[in-house]
Design a protein around this ligand. Sequence first.
Ligand SMILES: *[C@@H]1O[C@H](CO)[C@@H](O)[C@H](O)[C@H]1NC(C)=O
Ligand SMILES: *[C@@H]1O[C@H](CO)[C@@H](O)[C@H](O)[C@H]1NC(C)=O
Ligand SMILES: *[C@@H]1O[C@H](CO)[C@@H](O)[C@H](O)[C@H]1NC(C)=O
Ligand SMILES: *[C@@H]1O[C@H](CO)[C@@H](O)[C@H](O)[C@H]1NC(C)=O
Ligand SMILES: *[C@@H]1O[C@H](CO)[C@@H](O)[C@H](O)[C@H]1NC(C)=O
Ligand SMILES: *[C@@H]1O[C@H](CO)[C@@H](O)[C@H](O)[C@H]1NC(C)=O
Ligand SMILES: *[C@@H]1O[C@H](CO)[C@@H](O)[C@H](O)[C@H]1NC(C)=O
Ligand SMILES: *[C@@H]1O[C@H](CO)[C@@H](O)[C@H](O)[C@H]1NC(C)=O
Ligand SMILES: *[C@@H]1O[C@H](CO)[C@@H](O)[C@H](O)[C@H]1NC(C)=O
Ligand SMILES: *[C@@H]1O[C@H](CO)[C@@H](O)[C@H](O)[C@H]1NC(C)=O
Length: 832
Amino acid sequence: MAIKFRLVLLSLFCLVFKTISAAPISPGSSLSASNGNQTWSSPDSTFSLGFVPADPPTSPPSFIAAITYSGGVPIWSAGSEIRVDSGGTLQFLSSGTLRLVNGSGDTLWDSNTTGRGVSSAQLDETGNLMLRNGTASVWSSFDNPTDTIVPSQNFTVGKVLRSGMYSFKLIKNGNLTLLWNNSILYWNQGLNSSVTTNLTSPSLGLQSIGILTISDPNLATAAIVAYSNDYAEAGDILRFLKLESDGNVRIYSSAKGSGTEVERWAAVTDQCQVFGYCGDMGICSYNDSNPICGCPSLNFEPVDPKDSRQGCKRKMEIEACPQSVTMLDLVHTRFLTYPPETDSQIFFVGISACRLNCLVNTACDASTSLSDGTGLCYYKTPGYVSGYHSPALTSSSYIKVCGPVVPNPSSSLDSASKKKGWKMKAWILVLVVVASLLGLMAVEGGLWWWFCRNSPSFGSLSAQYALLEYASGAPVQFSYKELQRATKGFKEKLGAGGFGAVYKGILANRTVVAVKQLEGIEQGEKQFRMEVATISSTHHLNLVRLIGFCSEGRHRLLVYEFMKNGSLDDFLFAPEEQSGKFLSWEDRFKIALGTARGITYLHEECRDCIVHCDIKPENILLDESCNSKVSDFGLAKLVNPKDHRYRTLTSVRGTRGYLAPEWLANLPITSKSDIYSYGMVLLEIVSGRRNFEVSEETDRKKFSIWAFEEFEKGNIKGIIDKRLADCVDMDQVTRAIQVSFWCIQEQPSHRPMMGKVVQMLEGITEIGKPPCPRAIIEGPVAGTSTSASTSAVASAPTTSSFSSFQISGVSPSAPARNMEKATASLIQSDRS
Ligand SMILES: *[C@@H]1O[C@H](CO)[C@@H](O)[C@H](O)[C@H]1NC(C)=O
Ligand SMILES: *[C@@H]1O[C@H](CO)[C@@H](O)[C@H](O)[C@H]1NC(C)=O
Ligand SMILES: *[C@@H]1O[C@H](CO)[C@@H](O)[C@H](O)[C@H]1NC(C)=O
Ligand SMILES: *[C@@H]1O[C@H](CO)[C@@H](O)[C@H](O)[C@H]1NC(C)=O
Ligand SMILES: *[C@@H]1O[C@H](CO)[C@@H](O)[C@H](O)[C@H]1NC(C)=O
Ligand SMILES: *[C@@H]1O[C@H](CO)[C@@H](O)[C@H](O)[C@H]1NC(C)=O
Ligand SMILES: *[C@@H]1O[C@H](CO)[C@@H](O)[C@H](O)[C@H]1NC(C)=O
Ligand SMILES: *[C@@H]1O[C@H](CO)[C@@H](O)[C@H](O)[C@H]1NC(C)=O
Ligand SMILES: *[C@@H]1O[C@H](CO)[C@@H](O)[C@H](O)[C@H]1NC(C)=O
Ligand SMILES: *[C@@H]1O[C@H](CO)[C@@H](O)[C@H](O)[C@H]1NC(C)=O
């Protein structure tokens, strides 16, 4: 009996004890930061809510109110790690709200559950803290996560994990995303591609054995996102998912009571891909295995020398050095390019244009050229740039700095594993290079001084800057005054092209130049500079080189290299006795080939593909040894960027005889329109006559039509310039004539690409018998397009049904890049 009574008593005691330890947190109780032993625990003490010292420790000490797993690993905190001093308290008020208050009595965080009938609070065995009205949960820590998800916690759409600038979200279609500053999406992972069902209300959950899954009413079984690498390993282990302050999401496991956590999975495998990991203007790279943060060069210094992740700042701000702004070149580096970059910040331009356009554009702070064959260039407006350097990256990046550039000592950005001997060699190399550069600069400076000491502009900063820039191939910016002086007040006019008059000038360094005074510029300063950079980055033996520009008020001028021999039309059409100029067949063939090569470069070889739009003898210049150079390229866009088809402009300035029929038929203008014009020029080179000339000799037909008829009859000699007499290579002449007929085909798709033209002229590619180009020739001359010709042209392939202007310069139109390929294959199929 007594024993029985004792037993009952014992079990009663046990029961009481258990209820006490698992007692709900009663209203009115509180925890204080100064007493770390005071906690509210789950029934088996697996989890507890209390104050823990902030990590890393601060002085004076500060604390956060957190739910921790046995051993001290935090899984939730009040207000995402809001810190309180040692006087802080966490109060469960009788009004039913949970409140974090600091020593001075200010409320720093509140669950906002006052007046919702909350009568009890409890931390359960899964780590969930609930505020309840009776048995209904009004508020829970699982529904208000901070940076961690534990097993049996459901993470649904609309919930967010946050850590510093970073956030982790589940989106409606089941994708998991990581964002920086709520805007830059740097990680976006979809479901296993074998899942094709549309989800209605996905929910992310971590199973206690270590699988991360997404479940949804529409899915029969949950889709697996990731396995923890200690998946299903037994033992008293808590696995949890946490968004770390480094912007990565990881799964960790923590053995009960150990207080330590071991990484088991990471969302972003390449930590340097995390946007902003190294702060603003910081460059992320790897030493053996760890990501490390550095500054782009010694023109920068760390914001916080003790914490390299805080980013870098310029030692001298750009605004402080308007005269010496230059681009720091960073190879194998990319300024992380994640959406949303607006269209106005993404361009298809070449590598050097990507650098130069940014340099001359005040709205650009840095740029990245992917250099992977896509031609993509990203501009970074002043703001936040996040860099990634790795020898495996093809991209090159550029960032504005106040010159001179001071590179990092030994490239600390490169793998630090390099051997010492190698480092020594690198040092010696750097020293030699620097020494030779200094020597060169001294010599150059000396020469400059020698030649220019009498020049009025000598000593002015801008002239020195100009010299450096000229040497580096960048366009020089001239003041209007300088150009006025160089041209002696625009005295010696060389000609008047489609875009404005051209004057001869002599620069301070004795270079003879041609100065073009542009008319009808509708562009703003910024756009103008950008176009200038694009044009000047186009270098080819057969293209006239742009030396510099002037953009001042309403003045827009371009400075070109001077061509001693003037333009081709002087040689071809002016009566010999008048000009004293005559070209042998050899020269003519060289000019035809050179011109074709120059245009090929514009169309196919340079990254900023340019459609010239006004090829004619007047725009083909000759140097002293009769090398031809194409001029005026890239100007069509410059003068009228809004009218992408350039039509209104041509009707005013374009040159009739050379215009492809599509100009008049209101069809898309492509590089094939240049081919047409070139074909006309080529015929003129052979014949020495204007293609649209009508005379008795040609039966009152237009020369090009008459020539084709004669060619059909086999009378090639009749087409050739009489002045050449018999001093011609008949093979070359025949090839040239056939090529010209191919080029002036009515259907753009029938015309060859320029590269093909070069090959045909050289005799590398066989030339088929050209079909009659006739139908079209009537059109342009009459100034009307007959319905027959219009419909014939209209049936041209629609692959080219957008403006080719988009390829020139700075437009992000990917399809444009495919157009050439498409039309090229058409030619082949047409001709086979
Ligand atoms: C907390 O507990 C530890 C041992 O469990 C004890 O040494 C310490 O004095 C306690 N601190 C307070 C403030 O009670
Ligand atoms: C308490 O919090 C308020 C508001 O955040 C702050 O101004 C005050 O300095 C804090 N007091 C202490 C002692 O930390
Ligand atoms: C509680 O309400 C205040 C004021 O409306 C708000 O600033 C705070 O963010 C809310 N707290 C929570 C945890 O939602
Ligand atoms: C609390 O719950 C009871 C019954 O479950 C309900 O009648 C009451 O309205 C609730 N209180 C609040 C404030 O929602
Ligand atoms: C999580 O979701 C599952 C199914 O959707 C549900 O059975 C479970 O109760 C939820 N857990 C919590 C803590 O809400
Ligand atoms: C974060 O975004 C806001 C606006 O979306 C912006 O004002 C702020 O400057 C950004 N922060 C940084 C560090 O760029
Ligand atoms: C979901 O993620 C995949 C990559 O895993 C991506 O291709 C897709 O665009 C994403 N969907 C959305 C809506 O972001
Ligand atoms: C997708 O899931 C199927 C079956 O669940 C699995 O066999 C396959 O490996 C998964 N694919 C990926 C890319 O995870
Ligand atoms: C998913 O949604 C898309 C767009 O709403 C729809 O086209 C598609 O058929 C849907 N797929 C399934 C399997 O329901
Ligand atoms: C790599 O960087 C980490 C963190 O900065 C450092 O602890 C480690 O020693 C470095 N390793 C090498 C090989 O330099």
